[in-house]
Design a protein around this ligand. Structure first.
Ligand SMILES: Cc1ncc(COP(=O)(O)O)c(C=O)c1O
Length: 1012
C-alpha cells in the first residue's frame, strides 16, 4: 500500500531524455531503467563503475520547499548520521541539489539524483521476529539521525501527517462498507477528540513518517536485517512516536499475530531509543489511526481511479488489523507494547503485587476452611499429564472419590498451568486464530457444591452475571478492592458459583473481609465443571465488569501475568503444595527405620514431613501449614530472620572455639549473666540441655566434694548416663533400671496427681519428704552434692510447683550441704510470662542454673550459669574444654534471640496470650468428663486427661487421641507426664490469639469426639 497521494501526476520522461539529463546535469553515463513509482518518474541508473543511482523527476508544482526539506534531510543524515542507511543526495555538476529541467515536449520538472540502496523490499520477503526488531531499531536510528534537523517546511500540510488524521473524517463517505465506515469513524473521532490533544504534548521532531513495507529494504545476505530506508517524500514535523506508529502499522499487516509483530518492532525501537510511557499509552490507537487514514485515503483515491482495483486490494489486511485492535481486550495492546519495552505491562501492577506480598497471610480465607492449613492436594491438569475421565459426571465422581480416599478438604488447580481441557470455540485466541487460550490464569479450589466463598478483604461488587454456556464461568462475581488508603486498587474474580450467589447482588454492594458472599455451584449451573471456584486477581479489568478471561495464550503470558498476578498472594497456599515431587512418607519412614535406630520416636500416627517453618507455623512437604503449639525450642518463632541472619553472618566470618579470645562470646556472656540475680554471674557454654545439666552436676560435685543428687519424682534432665540416672521419668520408665543409690528422690509436688493435694499442708509434707530422701541417700553412703529441679516440671506432667516449694526444698538441701540447681531448659527465657526464669516465681536464687532449648532458637546452644565461688572451685586443675560450646556462631545466635525477645517484648506477649489461652482452655474443657485438670502458666499449658474425673485415673490413650485429632486439624501438640496423659502446649512465644482461636476450635471438636 502506498502512502502517497496523487496530488500531481508524475512527469512523463522517456529513457533517452533521462539518460541525457544524467549525462548533462549530473555528469553520469550509464544504463538506465524505468522504475515503477506513483508520484515521481524514477529511473535506475547504473554507472560504468558499477555505482547505482535513482534519477528522480518530480512535478514542477511540487512545492520546492518540500523537495528541499527532503534534500536537506538527506544531507543532514549524511553529515550527522552516516551510519543510517538512507540514500545519499548527489549534487548536479553545478553543485545544486535540484535541477529545473525543461522537458523536451514543453513544461518543466525538477530532477534529483540519489544513490541506490541495495536490498529487497520488505513486503517481498518473509518476516521473522528478528527482522521486525531490526525494523524498529532502524526506525529509531533514523529518528535519532534526524533529531537536530530543522527546516522551514517541516510542518508541511500533508494528509499523512498523524496530527492531521482528523481530516480523514471527511473521506469517510468513500468507504463503501457500513461496518468498516463505522469502525474508521470511531477510530478517527477518538483520535480527534482524545488523542490529538495528548499528541501535542509529546516530544516532536522531523520524522521520515513512512517506514512502510515498500520503503524498507532487507539485506540480501541476511533476512533478519533491515538495511535501508527510502522515500523521504512524507517527511514532516510530528510527534516522534508517530514514525514508530507508521512502522508498526505496516509491519502488522498480513501477520498471524499482528500485536506480537508490533511488539517486536517496538522492542527493536526501544532498544535504541527508549520509548516514553506517555508515547506508549497512545501507540496502539495511533497505529489504528494510521490504518484508518490509510483506508480512507485509498478509498478516496479509488474513487478517482475507479478502474484501478489494485488500490483497494491492499485494504483487506489493514481492515483485519483495525478490526483486531478494536476487538482486543481494552488496554491489552498498550500493556503488551509496554512489556516489549521492558516496562511493567500494567502501570502500577508491581505496586499491587508488592502490597499483596507484604500482606500475604493476613487475608481472610476464601473458603470455609483455612486454606494454608487445609488438607489439600494440587490437581494436575497440565496438558499431557492430567489423567481425567471423560465427561463432567465422571470427572466429578473421580474427584469426589479421590478427595474422600485421600481425606482432603480441598483440591487446588494451579495458576499458570497449561491445560488441555479448554476445547470449546470460546478458547480460541483473540490475537491469533491459530492459537488457543490454554494457560490457566486463576486458581481453582475444588470442594463440594454449596461450599462457602468468603471475601479475602473488604471490597465492592463491580459486576456479577451468570456467564452461562458450556465451559464458561456460570455465575460470576467481580469485587473491587481499594487498599493503601486508596492509592492502590485491584480486583478479585469468583467464577463457577451457584446461581443464588448472583441473584439480587448488585454492583456497588460492599462486601466485608471474611463475609461469606457466595457459594460454589453445581455442574448444571456452573458451566458444566466439577464444583469449584475459579479465583483470580486482576490489576486491570480490560474494560470488563462481570466476566474476564480465565485462561490466556501461552505466547502472551508475560503480559497477562501483570494483569492477573498470582492469586496465591491472597490464597497463601504454601509453596510446597506445588512441588512436583513431594517425598513419599512411606519411603522416608523405611529409610529412617533402616538408618536411624528404632529408639528414636516419631510423633503422630501419620508422621509429618516438615520442610519449612515460620513464626509459629510449620509446613509439611505437601504444603500443609500446621500451627506449632508444641515446640518451645523455636522460642522467638521458627526461622526468625534476625536469628537466621546472625547465624549466617557469623558463620560466614568465623567459627572457632573458646581457645581464642573473641569479643562476641564475652559480650554474650555479659548480657546473659546480666539477666540473673547476684551472685549468678559466670557462664559456661555447652551445646545441649543434657550437657548443661551434666556439667552442672559436675560443678556441684567438684565444689562440694560429694556425689549424692536429690531429684523430683517424674523429672527429666537429659539423655546422658548420669542424667538418665537422675531422671525418674527415665529410670522408672520403660527400659529404665530403677533408682541408683546416689540418688535421693522427692515425690512429685503435683497438686493434682501427686501426694501433695492440699497446698496448705504441702509445705510440711515436702519438708518431711526431703528428710526421707536425705536419709535414703545417707543410708547408701552418699552426702548430697546437689538438689536439681525444674522450676516448673515439664516431662513430669506440666504442673506449676506449689508456692514456697523451692524455698523450702532449697533451704533443706542447703542445710544438708547440697548446691541447688534450677533446670530452666524448658521454661526459661520468659515462657511463664511473668519472669524470665521460673525460679524467680518461687522467690529463690539457685547456685547453678541450666539453660537450653530456647536459648539459641534451635541452634545447638546451652549454658550453665553459676556463682564465682563455684566456678573457682571447679577450676581444680582439670581443664574444661568444649569444642563447640560458646563458639562465635552459637553466641551470635544467642545474642540475636535476646535481641528479639526484647524488641518484640515476647515475655509480655506470653503473659497476655497465656492468660487469654488459660481462660479459653478452661472454658472449653469445663465440665468435660475426661479433662481432670487444666494447668500451667504463660505459654506453658497442660490438660490432664483422665479416664474419669472422680478417680483421676490418667488416660494416655485419650490424651493420644486428642493430640492426633489436633494434628489432623493442623495443630501440633504432644503428650507428656509420667503417665503420658497430659496434653502439652508450649508454642513459640509468637503464638497469638489467631492461632489460639484455631487451637481452641480444634480442641473443642476433639473434646466432643472424646466425650462421645
Ligand atoms: C527439663 C529438661 N532438661 C534437660 C533436657 C535435656 O536437653 P537436651 O535434649 O537439649 O539434651 C530436657 C530435654 O527435653 C528437658 O526437658
Amino acid at each position: 500500500m502506498s502512502s502517497k497521494l496523487l496530488d500531481h501526476p508524475a512527469p512523463v520522461i522517456d529513457l533517452e531524455a533521462a539518460s541525457s539529463v544524467a549525462r548533462q546535469v549530473f555528469g553520469l553515463e550509464g544504463s538506465l531503467e524505468a522504475l515503477v513509482a506513483e508520484r515521481d518518474c524514477n529511473f535506475a541508473l547504473r554507472a560504468p563503475d558499477g555505482q547505482r543511482y535513482v534519477l528522480k523527476f518530480s512535478h514542477v508544482d511540487e512545492d520546492p520547499g518540500v523537495l528541499d526539506l527532503q534534500n536537506q534531510a538527506l544531507l543532514h543524515l549524511q553529515r550527522h548520521a552516516p551510519g543510517v542507511p538512507a540514500p545519499r543526495l548527489v549534487p548536479t555538476v553545478e553543485g545544486q541539489p535540484t535541477h529545473l529541467y525543461q522537458m523536451p515536449g514543453g513544461g518543466q520538472c525538477r530532477v534529483r539524483l540519489v544513490t541506490w540502496l541495495k536490498g529487497r523490499i520488505y513486503n517481498a520477503v518473509s518476516h521473522s521476529p528478528a527482522l521486525r526488531r531490526s525494523l524498529g531499531a532502524m526506525t529509531a536510528r533514523l529518528d535519532a539521525g534526524l533529531r537536530g534537523f530543522a527546516h522551514g517546511h517541516g510542518v508541511q500540510n500533508l494528509k499523512w501527517r498523524m496530527e492531521q488524521a482528523g481530516e480523514a473524517l471527511d473521506l469517510l463517505p468513500y468507504l463503501a462498507v457500513k461496518q468498516q465506515r463505522a469502525l474508521a469513524e470511531k477510530v478517527l473521532l477518538d483520535f480527534r477528540d482524545r488523542l490529538a490533544p495528548e499528541l501535542a504534548a509529546l516530544r516532536g521532531q522531523i520524522i521520515h513518517n513512512d517506514a512502510s513495507d515498500c520503503n524498507v529494504l532487507v539485506a540480501e545476505d541476511d533476512p533478519d536485517r533491515v538495511c535501508g530506508i527510502i522515500d523521504f517524500g512524507d517527511m514532516t514535523h510530528s510527534a516522534l512516536i508517530n514514525g514508530l506508529a507508521v512502522a508498526c502499522a505496516y509491519a502488522m499487516l498480513d501477520c498471524a499475530d499482528p500485536l506480537e509483530a508490533a511488539a517486536q518492532v517496538v522492542g527493536g525501537y526501544h532498544a535504541v531509543t527508549p520509548v516514553q510511557e506517555q508515547e506508549l499509552a497512545l501507540l496502539p490507537d495511533l497505529i489504528a489511526t494510521r490504518l484508518a487514514v490509510s483506508v480512507c485515503i485509498s478509498s478516496w483515491r479509488h474513487s478517482r481511479h475507479p478502474d484501478n482495483d489494485y488500490i483497494l486490494i491492499s485494504q483487506a489486511p489493514a481492515w483485519a488489523v483495525l478490526k483486531l485492535l478494536d476487538q482486543l481486550p481494552r488496554g491489552f495492546a498498550h500493556f503488551h507494547l509496554r512489556r516489549a519495552c521492558a516496562l511493567e505491562p500494567v502501570p502500577g501492577a508491581e505496586a499491587v503485587v508488592d502490597w499483596l506480598a507484604a500482606h500475604q497471610g493476613r487475608f481472610a480465607s476464601v473458603l470455609d476452611c483455612d486454606l494454608p492449613m487445609a488438607r489439600k492436594q494440587v490437581l494436575d491438569l497440565e496438558a499431557g499429564r492430567a489423567d481425567l475421565p471423560v465427561g463432567t459426571e465422571a470427572i466429578c465422581a473421580a474427584i469426589d472419590q479421590h478427595m474422600r480416599e485421600q481425606d482432603l478438604e480441598v483440591l487446588v488447580g494451579r495458576y499458570l498451568e497449561d491445560r488441555a481441557v479448554y476445547t470449546t470455540a470460546a478458547f480460541v485466541s483473540e490475537f491469533n486464530p491459530a492459537e488457543r487460550r490454554t494457560v490457566h490464569i486463576g486458581m481453582d479450589l475444588f470442594q463440594s457444591a454449596g461450599s462457602g466463598i468468603h471475601a479475602p478483604l473488604d471490597g465492592v461488587v463491580v459486576g456479577c452475571k451468570d456467564n452461562a454456556g458450556d465451559k464458561d464461568y456460570g455465575p460470576t462475581i467481580i469485587l473491587r478492592h481499594e487498599v493503601d488508603d486508596g492509592r492502590l486498587c485491584f480486583y478479585t474474580l469468583y467464577g463457577h458459583l451457584s446461581r443464588d450467589s448472583v441473584q439480587g447482588l448488585e454492583a456497588g454492594r460492599p462486601v466485608h473481609r471474611g463475609e461469606r458472599f457466595a457459594a460454589m455451584g453445581e455442574p448444571h449451573e456452573n458451566g458444566n465443571w466439577p464444583p469449584h471456584v475459579h479465583f483470580q486477581v486482576m490489576t486491570d479489568l480490560l474494560g470488563e465488569s462481570d466476566t474476564f478471561a480465565g485462561v490466556a495464550e501461552a505466547g502472551k503470558i508475560e503480559t497477562w501475568r501483570s494483569i492477573v498476578p498470582d492469586p496465591n498472594l491472597i490464597l497463601n497456599i504454601p509453596e510446597e503444595a506445588f512441588s512436583d515431587t513431594p517425598a513419599p512418607i512411606d519411603e522416608l519412614l523405611e529409610r529412617r527405620r533402616r538408618l536411624l535406630g528404632a529408639s528414636l520416636s516419631l510423633s503422630y500416627a501419620r508422621p509429618l514431613n516438615i520442610v519449612r517453618g515460620r513464626g509459629c507455623y510449620l509446613y509439611d512437604a505437601g504444603g500443609r501449614a500446621y500451627i506449632d503449639a508444641y515446640n518451645n525450642v523455636a522460642h522467638v518463632g521458627h526461622c526468625h530472620p534476625r536469628v537466621a541472619a546472625a547465624i549466617a553472618e557469623q558463620a560466614a566470618r568465623l567459627n572457632t572455639n573458646t581457645r581464642y579470645l573473641h569479643d562476641t562470646i564475652l559480650r554474650y556472656a555479659e548480657r546473659l549473666a546480666g539477666l540473673f540475680p547476684d551472685p549468678l554471674s559466670v557462664c559456661f557454654f555447652v551445646c545441649t540441655g543434657s550437657e548443661a545439666n551434666e556439667l552442672a552436676l559436675r560443678l556441684a560435685r567438684t565444689a562440694t566434694g560429694r556425689r549424692g543428687v536429690l531429684v523430683l519424682e517424674g523429672a527429666y534432665h537429659g539423655h546422658t548416663s548420669l542424667l538418665v540416672d537422675v531422671s525418674s521419668y527415665k529410670f522408672d520408665g520403660p527400659g529404665g533400671a530403677g533408682r541408683r543409690d546416689f540418688v535421693g528422690m522427692l515425690p512429685a509436688p503435683d497438686l493434682y496427681r501427686g501426694l501433695y493435694r492440699d497446698p496448705q499442708s504441702a509445705g510440711a509434707q515436702y519438708a518431711a519428704h526431703m528428710d526421707v530422701a536425705l536419709d535414703d541417700l545417707r543410708a547408701a553412703g552418699f552426702e548430697p552434692a546437689a538438689f536439681i529441679a525444674e522450676s516448673m516440671p515439664s516431662a513430669g506432667g506440666v504442673y506449676p510447683l506449689p508456692g514456697g516449694f523451692l524455698e523450702a526444698a532449697y533451704g533443706k538441701a542447703r542445710v544438708a550441704g547440697a548446691l541447688c540447681i534450677a533446670d530452666e531448659v524448658q521454661v526459661g527465657f520468659g515462657r511463664l510470662g511473668t519472669h524470665l526464669w521460673g525460679f524467680e516465681e518461687q522467690g529463690v536464687v539457685p547456685d547453678i542454673v541450666t539453660l537450653g532449648k530456647p536459648i539459641g532458637n534451635g541452634h545447638p546452644l546451652a549454658a550453665v550459669i553459676t556463682t564465682p565461688a563455684i566456678a573457682t572451685a571447679f577450676a581444680n586443675g582439670m581443664e574444661y574444654f568444649n569444642t563447640f560450646g560458646g563458639n562465635p556462631v552459637s553466641c551470635a545466635a544467642g545474642m540475636a534471640v535476646l535481641d528479639v525477645l526484647e524488641e518484640e517484648d515476647l515475655m509480655a506477649r506470653a503473659r497476655t496470650t497465656g492468660d487469654w489461652l488459660k481462660e479459653r482452655l478452661e472454658a472449653v474443657c469445663d465440665g468435660h468428663p475426661h479433662i481432670g485438670d487444666v494447668r500451667g502458666k504463660g505459654l506453658f499449658r497442660g490438660l490432664d486427661v483422665v479416664a474419669d474425673i472422680g478417680s483421676r485415673e490418667p488416660s494416655a490413650q485419650r490424651a493420644g487421641a486428642l493430640v492426633e485429632h489436633l494434628c489432623h486439624a493442623g495443630i501440633l501438640a504432644g503428650t507428656d507426664g509420667v503417665h503420658h496423659n497430659v496434653v502439652k502446649f508450649r508454642p513459640p512465644m509468637v503464638f497469638g490469639k489467631t492461632e489460639g482461636e484455631r487451637l481452641i476450635a480444634a480442641l473443642a471438636t476433639g473434646l466432643e469426639n472424646l466425650a462421645g
